[in-house]
Design a protein around this ligand. Structure first.
Ligand code: SAH
Length: 338
């Protein structure tokens, strides 16, 4: 049995063609699943009973089980999903005045082992299929009876290490016949997998590239992000420049502020230097405590850091903290229930 969610529109149309089914059936089924939130073929009443039965022999709509749902006082909702093999991932809905963001996972666990990240602490299990990625969005929309209009790959896992499935999922996320979210409202966040960034620069896609930088020297970055030993800051920034040139779009940098580790004016100055040729926005995130040795930078120092960047011509903002009361830091909910 195959998960129909693993098929993007073209793949399903081709599959149906081979099965001697009319191409417009693909549109009908996409409509039922992605617009009307059908989770079984039985409810697809504009398909004959015979056809529904025929499709049910080959496909399932494989939705994960909702194990836990936690709501924050600020409207953030965190979901823990369980796939049929027992593996769990989390996703989050974040509410802003102008958008509803779905933060989704691309892998079960993560192999990168960043020192501050709770996901890394639980190790790496496997990649998710595109259908498993998409089912998180469907699950959240169904559970909250709401349409998500912004997607960030900032849940568990490193999307660039699951490149093909992530790209396939993005095809469905942005497909007008499916989720219909504009490409500029989809962000891929990476710890700095250079090969992936270069590949994405050649993709006919216009999504937002977000780089988890977190330090402005190789020494410091390698201390907290082992991936930096494979792809140095210089290589990373070179790849970002190539991406920028190919897309002519602003790139986002995420920079977690850790108390007295990377939050001095000297750190800010070095950051300005490496970002000076790049059109970018910097999101400053005060570290969300996950039980590591790091501490959160106090707000006043974060503001000084932010001001220094702005004074030096770099667009920077301290990202509002959301869902703190429900353990919104990456990987926390799953760890609590493991
Ligand atoms: N692997 C990808 C995407 C998942 S992490 C990446 O590294 O970008 C999404 C973001 O959350 C990254 O910027 C990551 O560094 C950040 N993050 C992880 N743990 C955090 C914590 N405890 N506090 C604040 N941000 C955290």
């Amino acid at each position: 049995m195959e998960n129909i969610l693993d098929y993007d529109y073209t793949a399903l149309k081709n599959k149906f063609e081979m099965e001697k089914l009319e191409p417009y059936r693909t549109t009908q089924i996409f409509d039922w699943i992605y617009k009307k939130h059908a989770t079984s073929f039985a409810v697809m009443t504009n398909l004959s009973k015979q056809l529904r039965e025929r499709i049910s022999m080959k496909f399932i709509i494989d939705m994960p089980e909702l194990v836990k749902k936690t709501k924050s006082s600020d409207g953030t909702v965190k979901f823990l999903w369980k796939y049929s093999d027992g593996n769990t991932v989390e996703s989050v809905i974040l509410r802003y005045p102008d958008r509803i963001t779905g933060c989704i996972s691309s892998q079960v666990g993560c192999p990168l082992n960043c020192a501050f990240c709770a996901t890394g602490m639980s190790g790496y299990v496997r990649n998710l299929t595109s259908g498993e990625i998409l089912s998180q969005i469907l699950g959240m929309e169904i559970s909250e009876n709401e349409k998500i209009n912004n997607i960030v790959f900032m849940g568990m896992g490193e999307p660039m290490l699951n490149y093909d499935e992530v790209i396939k999922a993005i095809h469905v996320i942005t497909d007008p016949k499916a989720f219909k979210i504009s490409q500029r409202r989809v962000s891929i966040s990476t710890a700095g997998i250079v090969d992936g960034i270069l590949k994405l620069s050649e993709e006919p896609l216009d999504v937002i590239l977000s780089i988890s930088l977190h330090a402005s020297t190789d020494d410091k970055r390698s201390m907290i992000m082992p991936v930096n030993k494979k792809y140095s800051l210089e290589d990373l920034m070179e790849a970002v420049k190539i991406y920028q040139k190919a897309k002519d779009r602003r790139v986002t940098f995420e920079y977690i502020l850790f108390d007295k580790f990377n939050d001095s004016l000297d750190d800010a100055q070095k950051l300005v230097k490496i970002l000076k040729d790049i059109k970018c926005n910097v999101n400053l995130i005060r570290y969300n405590d996950t039980g590591s040795t790091f501490k959160k930078t106090p707000m006043d120092r974060a503001e000084i850091f932010e001001k220094f960047l702005k004074d030096n011509g770099i667009e920077a903002v301290i990202r509002a903290e959301k869902g703190e009361d429900i353990s919104a830091a990456c990987g926390q909910l799953r760890r609590q229930t493991l």
